[in-house]
Design a protein around this ligand. Structure first.
Ligand SMILES: Cc1cc2nc3c(=O)[nH]c(=O)nc-3n(C[C@H](O)[C@H](O)[C@H](O)COP(=O)(O)OP(=O)(O)OC[C@H]3O[C@@H](n4cnc5c(N)ncnc54)[C@H](O)[C@@H]3O)c2cc1C
Length: 501
């Protein structure tokens, strides 16, 4: 075993990983579950070692060793996060939850599941499906994204407009704190007003306040049948009106309403070789919808009815209703296989904003004008979860961009967004890539309070340091703005995966 070198001199926490600590970790989880990072290429992180515990007690013991030795811990779930939340450095250890993958309880009467944090969303969806239930949250990275990771990023996805985000699906959770104590609130009931509801501190904390080890997830009845339709529409207003009609449907309930603007749709359709005479590719916006209900035929007929009504109001609309599973999955691939973008523009910078529904059209017009003022041929590919105003915006540029270009693009995208009632980070979190934007736009009292919470729960800053918030104490030193060099405005680069939500 080699001694691990001193880390980056600019890092907030400096130390080496002593051999005694590595031996202690091996003792806790077994030799084969402490891997030198080079021997764990599938994890592909930069930390010196990757530790894979199987139980909460093992996580707690690992954290105690790390605390004693001041070794930062970077939690890793499925690694599908898009803002660099689980990137690590050689003086840190990665704690992988891959072995904490047990569905401990799935109760069809209570409609709850108690799962280890390393269970993937798809595993939970499959297990719940056996009982006619579903977790009520869905995203394209379902095969790898873990419940612990989704809790930690407060994931959203395509059912959020109806069921809320991850925060609203969690009844209770267990987490290991920075001092090695176990916070245990595995409540399986909706109502619990016994004191501060502290689970919410860990939801969306991206591993900076503790390591989530177990989660109680609320389940819903899964519909017996679903149907999918794709409409080509002349405007955002037309798309929102169509969503309104689908929401008022008596024949089924709307499960997803995903939008793809023309440039994205054209690229995806041509890259995937998709054509259909029923939808003209020159429409400004495309709306992919899913209805759930009792009978597939009835749902398909309902889409026909919604289409007729849409056509009456927007005569330019086109549309198709999927009539087979293959057609349905081809349609969903257009929306979910966003890797086509990154093949066209490697490392293309991507953004994840929330805009109030009535502001979307104006917002996008301002973005187009703003981008054109930066560079005449700069334009955004736009798609996202339209029903809740969450837009993903990818630039037609290979990344990373220069720092001035980054600043100009962010000024256009983020300027005034908070005052509009939107958010510069809708569902992907802050990670290491969006800290500068949080510092630039967030309410000062919120930032100061976040720093106090962080200090109270993690005084040594060993829990996923340099994520969400910069170095400890930055706010105290500079309450108005981060001191030079601390804003950590990174160059815009591709997110950690060549795909997007
Ligand atoms: C194709 C694609 C589609 C996507 N679609 C969506 C979408 O629709 N909606 C959406 O919200 N996101 C989406 N994402 C982003 C991503 O899937 C989510 O952020 C997801 O929640 C990350 O889960 P993970 O297990 O991969 O977490 P990781 O990527 O492993 O980690 C994410 C963050 O959580 C921390 N973390 C992980 N596990 C724990 C734990 N047990 N305890 C404490 N901290 C932990 C990590 O340190 C890191 O900061 C998409 C990503 C891809 C690649």
């Amino acid at each position: 075993m080699r001694d691990i070198a001193i880390g980056n001199p600019d890092a907030c926490v400096r130390h080496s990983l002593p051999l005694t600590a590595i031996e202690a970790l091996r003792h806790i989880v077994g030799v084969s579950n402490v891997r030198i990072a080079e021997a764990a290429p599938e994890i592909g992180r930069d930390a010196s070692i990757v530790v894979s515990p199987a139980t909460t007690d093992e996580v707690a013991a690992i954290v105690r060793v790390c605390r004693q030795n001041e070794i930062p811990v970077v939690p890793l779930g499925g690694g599908t996060g898009l803002v660099g939340g689980s990137v690590s450095s050689p003086d840190e250890i990665v704690l992988s939850t891959a072995r904490m993958n047990r569905i401990e309880r799935l109760d069809p009467v209570e409609r709850v599941a108690v799962v280890g944090s390393g269970v993937t969303l798809e595993e939970l969806q499959t297990a719940a499906g056996l009982h006619g239930l579903e977790p009520g949250i869905d995203l394209a990275a379902r095969g790898s994204a873990t419940i612990g990771g989704m809790v930690s990023t407060n994931a959203g996805g395509m059912m959020a407009f109806r069921n809320g985000v991850m925060r609203h699906r969690v009844l209770g959770l267990e987490a290991v704190l920075a001092d090695g104590c176990i916070y245990r609130d595995l409540t399986r009931v909706v109502k619990n007003s016994a004191g501060y509801d502290l689970k919410h501190l860990f939801i969306g904390a991206e591993g900076t306040l503790g390591i989530v080890t177990r989660v109680v997830v609320k389940l819903d009845d899964a519909p017996r049948a679903t149907a999918t339709a794709l409409f080509g529409l002349p405007s955002v207003d037309a798309a929102l009106a169509t969503i309104g009609m689908a929401l008022q449907s008596n024949a089924g309930h709307l499960r997803a309403a995903e939008a793809m603007w023309n440039s994205y749709f054209g690229l995806a359709a041509s890259a995937l070789g998709w054509t259909d005479a029923g939808v003209t590719p020159d429409q400004p916006i495309f709306l992919l919808m899913s209805l759930g209900g009792a009978h597939e035929d009835a749902l398909q007929q309902e889409f026909e009815r919604i289409y007729s009504e849409t056509l009456e109001r927007f005569p330019l609309a086109t549309g198709i209703v999927a009539s087979s599973r293959q057609q349905e999955s081809d349609l969903w691939r257009l929306r979910e296989d966003t890797s086509v973008l990154y093949r066209a523009h490697s490392n293309a910078p991507s953004f994840d904003v929330s805009v109030p529904l009535t502001e979307i059209q104006d917002y996008l017009e301002r973005v187009l004008t703003g981008f054109a003022a930066i560079e005449p041929d700069l334009f955004p590919y736009v798609f996202g979860h339209l029903a809740d105003g969450n837009l993903h915006i990818i630039l037609n540029r290979a990344g990373p961009l220069s720092e001035p270009m980054t600043a100009a693009v962010e000024d256009v995208l983020y300027g005034g967004l908070r005052d509009l009632g939107g958010s510069f980070s809708a569902e992907h979190g802050i990670g290491s890539k969006r800290i500068h934007a949080l510092l630039a736009t967030a309410d000062r009292t919120k930032l100061a309070t976040m720093e106090k919470v962080k200090k109270a729960l993690d005084d040594q800053s060993i829990m996923n340091p340099d994520k969400v918030l910069p170095c400890p104490g930055w706010f105290v030193r500079s309450p108005e703005r981060p001191a030079s060099g601390e804003s950590r405005r990174p160059q815009i680069q591709n997110e950690s995966n060549p795909t997007n939500g």
